[in-house]
Design a protein around this ligand. Structure first.
Ligand code: BGC
Length: 717
């Protein structure tokens, strides 16, 4: 045994059963020091005495170095030597807030994501945080689900790439991290957060588990189990996932932590009758840390004494927690907050600049009939509930502050170097029907050259527990746009959302649409740069934009049916029957996965393969010429997709296999390459093996998942 390991096993040898159970228990920081910082669920002490709470091994929701220091001191005074580990949801920034992860993924820029995660980690670590509960790599196919904002969207491959980038960034910045929520939490029925999931083993392996599995390669310290029922059992009753898959097959040897109160919720689900049963179920699923419920603390010691639970297994779990603390250096240094250093780096210019760049690369230009970029001399009318709103930075902004945020109005003022007025017109409240501000907004816009309308959903209408049944723009905002349209002026929509909203009704009321998501501290300055052409849009959406809520779930990598509807049109328009589709809605989304415009245009030509057939040990190199055909420099995100035409199980119509951000000067052409090997073509075959099958394949390349050049090749034995 290595020296370090012995150090840890010695500690374990000196622990009582009670202390071991408490090492596996995590409580919020407020329960220790009475500070109410952040609470992400309900909790009560439920049999935990003050002394027990004082002795827990890890704590969540610290968001302040001084508080962390105070708690360390209180524990020392009470004779507790073990270093407490402080955890927090640092999801898209700590004090400098970056765009929501869904937006960041639209940059297809893993280096940028890594750098933003590093900055978040640097700020958080300087303020007493040891670990973050991020990245979230749940697959998001249903925009009604509030938590799509935390994901990288609907593609499993991109999800894995983004997840790994976050982990690298956190590690570089000095933070431990946690991949969540294992597993299939994103498949909630009806898009209702926390709701039941029913996912076949094939769908799990192919789609829902891919990103989690990929993340293991970057050695995250923790995995978090999810709240949901999966195929009839709560996640913590699925040892075939948490043990066989995660630990044995994927080789994850870090800490498995529950979600908030989820062990106790085994009872609420109707699975475990008593707290003791809850503890035992979770223990057998190899759960290490129980977050915010006391089933382990109150029951494990007796379960060991009664011989129901083996103390060796308990020690293994404790060991994993100590090992994580050791990996974070907690046994080597006496931590205390360097407030001077913290205050110097927090929200510094360099970090703000990174936040601005991130939002510039995250905003998706969905429509532009030539009105953008705006001329700096144009007389704009800035209207809408988000025109001068600071709450545009995103729901999971941990310790972000609205006061730090640059609004769209402020951003435009900075860009133009003069003051600008704005008029709200209406509220952003989802159910508001108050049109009393419309007249003022219309009067305000009357003499302008162009209207810039900042509309969308409020950041607290997405995120955890904020699912929506109707994801159209709130009615009052649509009504405002109808009134503004009567002025006959060009209308630019800047849309805020934690999800792709269904924009069908408002698209005809606009001449351009810039989808800003929720863009962090520098949201307004980035939007202004994009509106005025100081920055050129390059992002591509990573979730299909539904035409209507009824289309959800909708995703590009679906299966072909036996009765596809060639027209894709509603049956009442096309007369198509006995084919898949709706009577009253199109089949395709309003904007497909991978879609986004620029201020320039790109042309794809000359798609070639160096050979048409490949052996299993061979490779094919595909090339395509991408030409910037406009008069501005720009960046195109080139996307490669594959379809396996016939296989032992039906393959999706397209699957993203590669992408590249390609910078092109006006008029410039570049040859972009993509290598195909057997691994590119592998999937879970009918026998269950992850392998490629011989046969014919389609290869697609383009600037979105719909409009592609296409060729074919074969894999031969
Ligand atoms: C969320 C997790 C989060 C945890 C701790 C839960 O409600 O589902 O994503 O990490 O709270 O705050």
């Amino acid at each position: 045994m290595k020296e370090k390991d012995k150090k840890l096993t010695d500690i374990i040898d000196g622990m009582s059963l009670e202390d071991k159970a408490l090492m596996l228990t995590q409580y919020p920081i407020d329960s220790i020091c009475g500070n109410k910082e952040i609470v992400t669920g309900c909790w009560d002490m439920d049999g935990m005495t003050n002394d027990m709470i004082m002795r827990v091994g890890t704590v969540l929701n610290v968001a302040n170095g001084e508080t962390a220091d105070r708690i360390r001191a209180i524990r020392k005074e009470n004779g507790i030597d073990d270093p407490l580990m402080f955890m927090l949801d640092v999801i898209h920034g700590y004090r400098t807030i970056f765009p929501i992860p869904l937006a960041m993924a639209c940059s297809f820029d893993t280096e940028l994501v890594e750098e933003c995660a590093r900055i978040a980690a640097v700020e958080a670590a300087a303020d007493g945080v040891d670990a973050t509960f991020s990245p979230m790599v749940d697959l998001a196919r249903d925009a009604r689900w509030g938590r799509v904002m935390e994901t990288a969207g609907e593609d499993p491959y991109l999800g894995g790439e983004m997840g790994k980038a976050y982990i690298r960034g956190y590690h570089n910045g000095g933070l431990a991290c946690c991949v969540k929520h294992f597993a299939a939490y994103g498949a909630a029925e009806g898009g209702r957060d926390y709701d039941t999931t029913d996912v076949s083993e094939r769908n799990l392996n192919e789609h829902y588990l891919r990103a989690y599995c990929e993340c293991v390669k970057e050695k995250p310290e923790m995995f978090m189990s999810s709240f949901n029922l999966l195929n009839g059992k709560p996640l913590l009753a699925h040892p075939e996932l948490t043990v066989d898959k995660l630990r044995d097959e994927w080789g994850f040897n870090g800490v498995l932590i529950s979600d908030y109160n989820a062990v106790r919720e085994l009872n609420v689900h109707g699975y475990a009758a008593t707290p003791r049963d809850c503890a035992l179920t979770a223990f057998n699923a190899e759960l290490d840390i129980e977050m915010c419920s006391p089933c382990y603390a109150n029951n494990l010691p007796d379960l060991v004494r009664e011989g129901v639970v083996d103390e060796k297994s308990l020690d293994e779990k404790v060991y994993r927690v100590l090992k994580m603390k050791d990996r974070c250096g907690l046994y080597d240094i006496d931590k205390s907050t360097d407030t001077q250093k913290r205050d110097k780096i927090t929200l510094c210019e360099e970090f703000r600049a990174a936040a601005k760049k991130a939002e510039e690369r995250s905003c998706v230009l969905l429509k532009n009939d030539g009105v953008l970029p705006l001329k700096k001399s144009a007389n704009i009318a800035l209207v809408g509930p988000f025109a001068d709103e600071k709450y545009i930075f995103g729901h999971w902004a941990s310790t972000g502050r609205a006061d730090d945020v640059v609004t769209v109005q402020q951003g435009i003022e900075r860009t133009l170097g003069r003051t600008v007025e704005s008029e709200k017109g209406c509220s952003y409240d989802l159910l508001s029907d108050d049109e009393s501000g419309f007249d003022a907004a219309v009067r305000f816009a009357q003499n302008s050259d162009v209207i810039v309308a900042c509309v969308g959903e409020h950041m607290y209408n997405s995120g955890e527990s904020h699912s929506r049944a109707d994801i159209a723009l709130p009615k009052v905002q649509t009504a405002l746009l109808h009134r503004l349209k009567t002025l006959g002026k060009p209308v630019v929509l800047v849309v805020f959302g934690g999800r792709p909203l269904a924009l069908t009704d408002v698209l005809p009321l606009s001449d351009a649409v810039l989808y800003a998501w929720q863009g962090g501290t520098e949201c307004g300055s980035a939007i202004a740069s994009l509106l005025y052409g100081d920055a050129v849009p390059s992002a591509k959406t990573v979730m299909s934009f539904p035409r209507s809520s009824g289309q959800c779930p909708i995703y590009y990598n679906h299966f072909q049916t036996g009765r596809p509807r060639a027209s894709g049109k509603p049956a009442v328009l096309s007369g198509d029957i006995c084919t898949v589709g709706y009577d009253d809605e199109y089949n395709d989304p309003l904007f497909p996965f991978g879609y986004g415009l620029s201020y320039t245009t790109f042309d794809y030509s000359d798609l070639k393969l160096d050979k048409a057939k490949m052996r299993r040990d061979g490779k094919i190199t595909a090339t395509v010429t991408v030409n910037n055909t406009g008069d501005r420099d720009g960046t195109e995100i080139v996307q490669w997709y594959i379809r396996d035409k016939f296989a032992s199980v039906v393959r999706p119509v397209k699957e993203l296999k590669g992408y590249e951000r390609v910078e092109l000067k006006a008029g410039e052409s570049k040859t972009v390459r993509f290598e195909i090997t057997k691994d590119t073509l592998a999937f879970f075959t009918d026998g269950g093996a992850f392998d490629a099958e011989s046969g014919d394949f389609d290869l697609f390349v383009g600037g979105n998942s719909r409009d592609c050049l296409q060729t074919g090749f074969a894999l031969v034995d």
